[in-house]
Ligand binder design. Structure first.
Ligand SMILES: NC(=O)c1ccc[n+]([C@@H]2O[C@H](COP(=O)([O-])OP(=O)(O)OC[C@H]3O[C@@H](n4cnc5c(N)ncnc54)[C@H](O)[C@@H]3O)[C@@H](O)[C@H]2O)c1
Ligand SMILES: [Zn+2]
Length: 364
């Protein structure tokens, strides 16, 4: 097992990554002086697989446990569900010392995180991620949210967890498509911050997607350290944390233009390849590094090319990029690579240049 501390003053917390950790969470929470009712928020799939192991450990440590579940899926990340959870928590007399556990993927992490952030102005949150995406990305950093008015993550809060426990054994039941989805964010972290991790991914990608625990623990440790260091430098995402958006400007637009039929990780993969090409076009990145990035993305089983789009969709995609929430004073804030492991935030990328690189369009 490895432990990584996220240093945020009084909001500091530890991330544990390893095997057979679910039964130990109860004891760790007791040691931290949590008590009373422990609430596990999860989805039906994950409940069937992993709630028992977590629950047993909590009961043995003296907690009374309540499990609240909902069907899986992004459409559950709503204010209506948050409302239902507040009500259920009030019924079981949740107090300020009662931990709320998010057991599941990023959907459960974001929803339960939002509920923990807002219920009685904040109760302790424990992230217990069970997807690779949640382990590598969404459970760390304190971003919580629900979707609203057809907008993803429209209502949310920054709220740091009290603890993150990533039990690698849970990945054994994760569908391959979901595993690969999370790998995109890991490749992203390596590309923006850590050449060593990138080289390790290059050599060990096959073992990682076959769930070699030692390899995965190694990768997650480095990945979690990177994400933690970026969050430590910029807790509320004002500036330096923006490099985590590498691949996301084009990626978010691809997700929206395809009506979210393409998974986030796949869209980010396409976005990273596009961002690397743009970096080369601006003479920042050499072709060799761009090709290496594309090769690792492909090796993970992620797409390196945009889906087939008609002219209208291509125009809509560029339009979405121009209206991305990262646009500042009319300038697109775009994350570029100088080399593998070294990213910069730039406002030099225009929609014209993106159209040129993605679709071969001549800019006006
Ligand atoms: N807060 C952040 O910083 C942040 C960052 C990235 C993404 N997100 C959010 O994360 C969400 C996506 O998260 P996700 O990709 O984990 O999807 P998800 O939570 O929908 O999980 C994917 C599927 O896998 C199933 N599942 C989960 N764990 C499993 C396991 N161990 N075995 C078998 N099946 C399992 C779930 O039931 C679900 O059907 C989005 O809502 C996104 O907005 C948040
Ligand atoms: Zn992402």
């Amino acid at each position: 097992m490895i432990k990584v501390k996220v240093e945020l003053g009084k909001n500091s917390y530890e991330i544990s990554v390893g095997s057979d950790l679910l039964p130990r969470v109860g004891l760790w929470l007791k040691e931290k002086n949590f008590s009373g009712n422990a609430v596990i928020i999860t989805d039906t799939t994950v409940r069937g697989l992993y709630a028992d192991a977590l629950e047993r450990g909590l009961s043995a440590a003296g907690f009374k446990v309540t499990v609240l579940e909902m069907p899986p899926g992004e459409e559950q990340k709503t204010l209506a569900n948050a409302g239902r959870l507040y009500q259920r928590m009030a019924e079981v007399f949740t107090e300020r010392t009662s931990p709320v556990m998010a057991l599941g993927g990023g959907v459960i992490g974001d929803l339960a995180g939002f509920v923990a952030a807002t219920y009685m102005r904040g109760v302790p949150l424990v992230q217990v991620p069970t997807t690779l995406l949640a382990m590598a990305d969404s459970s760390i950093g304190g971003k919580t949210a629900v979707d609203h008015l057809n907008l993803k993550n429209m209502v949310g809060a920054f709220y740091q967890p009290a603890m993150v426990v990533a039990d690698l054994d849970t990945l054994k039941t994760l569908p391959r498509e979901e595993l690969v989805n999370g790998m995109a964010e890991i490749i992203k972290c390596a590309a923006i911050k850590d050449r060593g991790l990138f080289d390790f991914l290059e050599e060990n990608m096959d073992a990682a997607v076959q769930l070699d625990t030692t390899v995965l623990e190694n990768i997650l440790e480095k990945n979690v350290r990177i994400k933690a260091s970026v969050v430590e430098a910029d807790e509320k995402e004002s500036d330096s944390r923006r490099i985590l958006n590498f691949g996301h400007t084009v990626g978010h637009a691809v997700e929206a233009v395809t009506d979210f039929q393409i998974k986030h990780g796949q869209a980010v993969a396409m976005g990273m390849v596009a961002a690397a090409k743009i970096s080369c076009r601006l003479d920042m990145l050499n072709e060799e590094d761009a090709m290496k990035l594309e090769a690792v993305i492909g090796q993970a089983g992620l797409p390196v090319k945009l889906p087939e789009l008609n002219r209208d969709e291509k125009e809509k995609l560029l339009d979405l990029i121009k209206h991305d929430k990262k646009v500042r004073d009319g300038k697109i804030i775009f994350v570029l690579l100088k080399s593998l492991g070294n990213a910069v935030v730039s406002d030099k990328v225009t929609a014209g240049l993106i159209g040129e690189v993605l679709f071969g369009w001549q800019s006006a």
